[in-house]
Design a protein around this ligand. Sequence first.
Ligand SMILES: [Zn+2]
Length: 508
Amino acid sequence: MIKVYNTMSGSKEIFKPLKKGEVSIYCCGVTPYNAPHIGNARPFVTWDVIRRFFIKSGYKVRYIQNFTDVDDKIIKAANEQGVTWSDIAEKNIAAYFKSMDALNVRRADFYPKVSETMDDIINMIQTLVDKGFAYVLGNGDVFYSVEQDKNYGKLSGRKLTDMMAGARVEVDERKHHPMDFALWKAAKPGEPYWESPWGQGRPGWHIECSAMSLKFLGEKFDFHGGGSDLIFPHHENEIAQSQAALGDENSFAQYWLHNGFITNGNEKLSKSNKEMVKRNKGFFTVEEVLAKYPGEVIRLLLLQTHYRNPLEFNETRVIEAQEFFGKLAKAYWQLDDLARRIHAGEFIKDTGEKNFAITVSPAGGLVEEGERLLSNFYAAMDDDFNTALAITYMFELAKEIGEYYGEFINGEILPVTIDGDIILRVRDIYMEMAEIIGIFEQPVPVEKTEEKTAEPELVNALMKIILALRQDARAAKNWAVADKIRDELKVAGIVVEDTPQGATWKKA
Ligand SMILES: [Zn+2]
C-alpha cells in the first residue's frame, strides 16, 4: 500500500492508480533561459526516484515533463545576446540534459515544448472562450476569468478575497478581476508570435501545462508535481482552466505532490538574491557544483532529505554526502569483490562432490538481514517516498556487508557447504536499493584504503600453500613434519583445525 501526501487534500492518502498497474505523471519542467541551480534540479531528482520506485514495484510509468521554450525571460536573454529565442532555448535545454544525465535522472517519455504544442494550446483557449471562462480584449489579449470559476483556489486553499489582500497585484484596468490571468498575449514589436483566432501572439505561462498534460496523459492522470512555489498561482491556474475546459471538476491530476525548497543560509535558493549568489560564487549552478563533485554524490544529498522538507545546501553538506557515498560505495565494492572471488573459485574448498562448499555460514544470516532491510526500504518508500529513511536501511546493509567482508577476507569464517549464490543474492538486494535511489550507475571509485586488503589476501594465499604442504606430509604419514607446521603456525598466532572436509585455519 503506497501512501502519498496530496497537496489538494492536505493529507496523506492511499494511492489508487486510475488504471491498474499504471502510473501517469506530469512534472513542470524548466524555462530554459539560463543555467539552473540545485534548487531547480530537486523536483527532477525527486520524480526520477519516484518513477524508479514505481517501475521496481511493477507499475508501468508514463512520465511527461515540459520545456517552457516561449517565455519573457528567454526573449529578454535573446535580445541581450543578439540571438534568436530558439537559440537560447536549445542551448539551455542541452545544458539541462547534461546536468540531469550527471545526476542519473532518466529521460522523460516526452518533453513537449510550447513552440511545438501551439495548436493544442490555442484550441484549449478557444474552448475556454466559447464556454465563457475567458474573455478577449480589443488588442488580442485573452484572460481567464476567475470569477466565473466557483472552485478557483481549491489547491492552495485561498479565497479570491484573501488573494487580493495578500498579493501585490499589478493593476490592469482592462481585466475583469485583478486575479484574472493571461491565456494569450498579443504580440509586441520584436517578439516571436504565432497566428491565432485573436491575432498574432503567444500563450501565457499556465495554459501550456494544461494543454500538454491533456495531450500526453488524457483528461485524468495520476500525479502532477513540481516545486512548492508552483502551487500558487501556476498549479491553481492549471486546475482552473483544465477543469473548466473539460467541464469536470474531478478531471485532471488526482494527486498533487510538491517538493520543498532548497535553502542556503536558511534562505530559499534564488538567483535574484544577489548576496547569496555572491557568497556562493563558483558553487551555485548545477554545472558549477558538478564540476567539483560527482553527480551521484549530489543526487544522494538531495535524497537524504524527504522531498517535502526544506534542504539546506552548502559545500560542507556536499562533503558530508561524499563521505557517506564513500561508505555505501565501499560495500558495493566489497560485494563485487566477493562475487568475483567466488566466481573465480577462490576460497572454494573442494569436498570432492559436485556441489563443493563455496562459502560460509554467516552468509545465510546476511541474506536474512538483507531481505529484512529490503522490506524496510520498500516500506519507507511506500510511505510518501521517504528516501531519507530508505537510505538509512541501505546504509545498515552496507555495514553488515562490511563486517562480513572483513571476516571473509581475514579467514575468520569457516567454510561449510552453503550455496555461493548467497553472496549474489545479497548483491542483488543491495543493487535493487541502489537502482531505486539511482546510484552506482557511473564508475564507482574504489577507496585507496582498500589496498590494505592486499595483506590478508596474501596471508590467505600463503596459508593455502602451507596447508597443502601439510596435507602432503600427512598423506605420506610424515606426522612429525605435519605437527611441526601446525605448532609453528600456532606460535605465529594461527590455529589449524582438522575437519572431515580438510584442514582449516583461523587467527588465534
Ligand atoms: Zn507547469
